[in-house]
Write a protein that binds this ligand. Structure first.
Ligand code: SAM
Length: 281
């Protein structure tokens, strides 16, 4: 019996909970992304939803920066919610809910919806946006982050964006990993990652479709060393995105086999923060 893509992704997030939690505890660069998203706000929100809250890293950053807001963290993976609940002190007053945003029904209106590293993980963006639109108050804001692996500014950018450096950049770690996977019999001729690539135009069209305007509100450069990148690639959901046709366990075994004794250059990623609000008639 073949398992649906949605069920496969849901399973991958469940088994990613512990590795993701460990990774983000040891390499806190992810929290900078939530901080960047908050820094783009122009009003003080009172009812906040952290969609795709994972083990609660982003939700706890939100709590620190918005101490008086009513705060809900929502995630589809029960294992993520369990960790979030354990890792959050009761006095933080964060309510965590296990729910798939695209099928669930969260009914309280929110004046801020935060998607910190979660927007790009949802395949069906139309359904996601319809749900976010339904939850958002008339003057509310949706903020979300996109890595330069999933967002490519058009050649004539509509927003003042930091452009990723043109052309393919050397990536010795990925070269070593691909060589090891090939040695194990995996036919990687062209790497096709399991990621939808958004552009200025496709993003604008998505939001315009539900009466919203979206703009790039900030950027961040994240420098990740080899240890951090290896730890990230060990997360099953990440391995499955980068190598969709190879079991994540095999990617983990191949990472174990790499000789990383000689230092490799760190990798710089650009993270884009976007803010979407309703267009005034
Ligand atoms: C990369 S983690 C981000 C966690 C956290 N926001 C952070 O910044 O560290 C993405 C999260 O989105 C969740 N997710 C994926 N699809 C979802 C869906 N349809 N509904 C709710 N959460 C979902 C995953 O379970 C995962 O915990």
């Amino acid at each position: 019996m073949s398992i649906s893509r949605a069920d496969r992704l849901a399973h991958l997030w469940e088994v990613s909970a512990q590795p993701y939690h460990r990774h983000t505890r040891e390499h806190p660069s992810h929290r900078q992304i939530t901080t960047l998203l908050i820094s783009t706000l122009t009003t003080e929100p009172t009812r906040v939803l952290d969609f795709g809250c994972g083990p609660g890293n982003s939700t706890r950053v939100l709590r620190r920066q918005l101490p008086d807001a009513h705060l809900v963290g929502l995630d589809t993976a029960q294992a993520m919610i369990d960790i979030a609940e354990q890792a959050t002190p009761a006095e933080a007053k964060i309510e965590y809910r296990c729910q798939d945003i695209t099928t669930g029904r969260t009914d309280e209106p929110r004046d801020l919806i935060v998607c910190s590293n979660s927007f790009f993980h949802i395949d069906d963006k139309q359904t996601l946006l319809a749900e976010l639109d339904r939850l958002l108050t008339a003057d509310g804001t949706i903020v979300f982050s996109l890595y330069d692996t999933v967002f490519r500014p058009d050649t004539t950018p509509r927003w003042p964006l930091e452009q990723p450096s043109p052309g393919p950049r050397p990536d010795p770690l990925m070269d070593l990993l691909v060589a090891e996977l090939r040695r194990r019999g995996h036919d990687i001729t062209t790497r096709s990652e399991d990621r939808q690539i958004l552009t200025d135009d496709s993003l604008s069209a998505l939001f315009t479709g539900c009466g919203m305007a979206v703009r790039c509100a900030g950027t961040l450069r994240l420098v990740r060393d080899t240890t951090e990148r290896v730890s990230f690639l060990r997360i099953p959901a990440v391995a499955a995105e980068v190598f969709p046709n190879i079991p994540h366990e095999t990617v983990g075994d191949a990472l174990d086999a790499l000789d990383l004794t000689s230092p490799l250059p760190p990798r710089t990623r650009t993270v884009y923060a976007f803010a979407a609000t309703r267009e005034q008639p």
